[in-house]
Design a protein around this ligand. Structure first.
Ligand code: GFB
Length: 323
């Protein structure tokens, strides 16, 4: 790969795709192709095939997906399954047919069994039942991993998958119904602070509501760290490096997790909200812990650089500017 290689970033307007655009542009890449949703519906096989046959990208990163937090996953179950199966199948198949040199597919840490030993090793895939709230999304992502693996095994395609842990950062979704926990809490604490700014007696502040019990543990990776990892992998790591280790994909994370309660307190502190936090246990907790074992990617020479506090501060700055 060189800086004029033709790189297609699928999903370039999303949180991950826009971080990839920042990274590859900063690295001097001059031949990045993108298509908006209006220009190319990735669920349409004919349109995707035509796009690959005419554009002939050399490198592909699949950052296009239907994504959302626990409530969105649990509510729009058919859409999460159908849209993701179609998007990834169309891109992977068209990439194979049009001779793409290397492709990286992005999944998610929810592909692992609900009650996995922690930290979660790549080998634990398909060793137990999935978490119910996001089973359709996880099944689609597992199918994507298996497509890459088996296009490698049958056709020798240089395609493989990475599983990032829970992501956050600029361009995240801050809608309270469909977002993940971190952007949701940024919005909730910010609005609570602004709405109560005129109150002199802080004891009358309305509390911020956090879903679930606050006890689940999650690992959070700043999206620019993920873009950095993908730049490293696309430049340095081939499909055979993964499959020869008898694994189907690589985990990407920080290797550290915290409880939702600790996360809420950290965000409260950064934003400067002075009121109380209450927990709504009628909302689902989801899986009790999700910490990835990142020793394989660390062993290949990559590790995360942006710590959680710094990442939340950067994300809050972005939120204040653009939301
Ligand atoms: O980030 P989140 O929606 O997704 O929720 P998952 C993580 C935890 O935070 C859950 C709690 O225990 C939530 O109950 N939580 C607390 C909140 N307050 C809030 C809030 O205001 N909004 C949200 N959204 N959560 C998703 C999967 O699981 O993770 C996807 O559904 C995907 O498939 C994604 O894998 C990375 O970590 O539980």
């Amino acid at each position: 790969m060189n800086k004029s290689s033709k790189l297609y970033i699928a999903g370039h307007t999303g949180m991950v795709g826009s971080a990839l655009m920042r990274k590859f542009t900063a690295e001097g890449f001059t031949n990045i192709i993108t298509k908006t949703r209006e220009e190319l519906d990735l669920r349409n096989q004919q349109a995707v095939t035509h796009f690959f046959q005419t554009e002939k990208p050399e490198y592909v990163i699949i950052a296009a997906a239907k994504v959302g937090g626990i409530l969105a996953n649990n509510t729009y179950r058919a859409e999460f399954l159908y849209d993701n199966l179609m998007i990834q199948s169309n891109i992977i198949h068209a990439s194979a047919s049009s001779g793409v040199e290397k492709l990286i597919f992005l999944g998610s840490s929810c592909i692992y069994p609900r009650d996995c030993p922690q930290p979660i090793k790549e080998e634990y895939l398909l060793t137990g039942p999935l978490e119910q709230t996001n089973e359709p999304y996880a099944i689609a992502k597992i199918a994507g991993i298996k497509l890459c693996e088996n296009y490698y095994k049958q056709y020798g395609c240089n395609f493989y998958s990475v599983m990032p842990t829970n992501l956050y950062g600029p361009n995240d979704n801050f809608d309270l119904e469909t977002s993940h926990v971190l952007p949701a809490l940024i919005r909730k604490f910010h609005e609570a602070k602004v709405n109560n700014a005129e109150l002199v007696d802080k004891s009358t502040l309305s509390p911020v509501e956090v879903w679930g019990t606050g006890t689940p543990r999650r690992e959070f990776l700043y999206v620019d760290d993920l873009a950095d990892a993908l730049f490293f992998l696309l430049s340095e790591v081939e499909a055979r490096d993964i499959y020869e280790q008898r694994i189907t994909h690589l985990n990407i994370g920080t290797g550290e997790d915290i409880t939702i309660k600790e996360l809420a307190e950290m965000i409260k502190e950064i934003i400067g909200f002075k009121g109380e936090i209450i927990y709504d246990s009628t909302k689902p907790d989801g899986t009790s812990r999700k910490l990835l074992d990142v020793s394989r990617i660390n062993g290949l020479g990559w590790r995360s650089k942006i710590d959680l506090e710094e990442g939340i501060k950067k994300t809050y700055e972005w939120f204040l500017k653009y939301q």
